[in-house]
Design a protein around this ligand. Structure first.
Ligand SMILES: C[S@@+](CC[C@H](N)C(=O)[O-])C[C@H]1O[C@@H](n2cnc3c(N)ncnc32)[C@H](O)[C@@H]1O
Length: 242
């Protein structure tokens, strides 16, 4: 388990959401909603696979943090669907649990790299703005995605929302400049935690392009991978299936 990251997330939960909304001008909120739309699209794949077998349906939001994505997900869930928020930071999960919408959600304190779920038991996994945290290196990220695949049913789906690299050189440079100037200063000033936002300003420009992340998902064993770029490619949503 990454104790350094766990410490960072124990220092920032109170203003975590506000800082994200300010730094992205609210785009993070729209992207999380979009990711949930992608997760539960018109073909209803994550529901129908289960309905045929008559089991319950289980959706897990991994690295759920203060729960913004899982709350969106929970709004789409019917009474037969179990919705789980998983994270290794108790302070982050405690913020999520304090929200009125949390009543319908189950909370699990766990490392994303070693999930406490049975093989082939989950219909949908979502993750938002946390894959950079799991990317200690390329090999570890591939192993983590393979762990997601282990717990997903063969009909299951993985949705990954993360910052990405705009394909256009001008927008890429602009994004790196903006992140370099604002994230560290505004994040540290508002949260009171310098390491958290130094980490963020370092990890965003170094993260994979949408194509590179697709290759990594393929290498982890997902055969059907597609993505949609958002905001000139500053963010991307990947959909991966077996
Ligand atoms: C940037 S926040 C994202 C939170 C939320 N998904 C969102 O959209 O705002 C990253 C979250 O990932 C969690 N996290 C980082 N590494 C983790 C790991 N190895 N296992 C479980 N949770 C982890 C942190 O505790 C933190 O809550």
């Amino acid at each position: 388990m990454n104790k350094g990251l766990q410490k960072i997330y124990s220092e920032i939960p109170k203003r975590y959401e506000l800082i994200n909304h300010l730094l992205t001008f609210g785009a993070d909120i729209r992207c999380r909603k979009k990711a949930v739309e992608f997760a539960i699209d018109r073909d209803g794949a994550v529901r129908s696979g289960e309905a045929q077998k008559g089991d319950g349906v289980t959706w897990v939001d991994i690295c759920s943090g203060t729960g913004e994505t899982v709350m969106n997900l929970s709004k789409q869930a019917d009474e037969k669907t179990t919705v789980i928020a998983a994270d290794f930071s108790l302070p982050m999960l405690n913020i999520a649990r304090s929200k009125p919408e949390a009543k319908k959600i189950n909370f699990v304190l766990t490392d994303a790299r070693n999930l406490p779920f049975a093989d082939n038991s989950i219909d949908l996994i979502t993750i938002s703005f946390a894959t950079r945290n799991l990317n200690t290196n390329r090999e570890i990220l591939i192993n983590t995605f393979a762990e997601f695949q282990r717990v997903l049913k063969p009909t299951g789906r993985f949705i990954n929302l993360e910052t990405s690299q705009p394909p256009d050189r001008f927008f890429r440079k602009l994004m790196h400049l903006f992140v370099g100037i604002t994230v560290r200063r505004i994040g540290a000033a508002l949260s009171g935690s310098k390491p958290g936002y130094v980490y963020l300003s370092h990890s965003i420009p170094r993260f994979y392009s949408a194509d590179e992340l697709s290759t990594i998902l393929n290498e982890a064993g997902f055969s059907k991978v597609s993505y949609k770029r958002l905001y000139f490619g500053f963010m991307a949503i990947h959909k991966a299936e077996m």
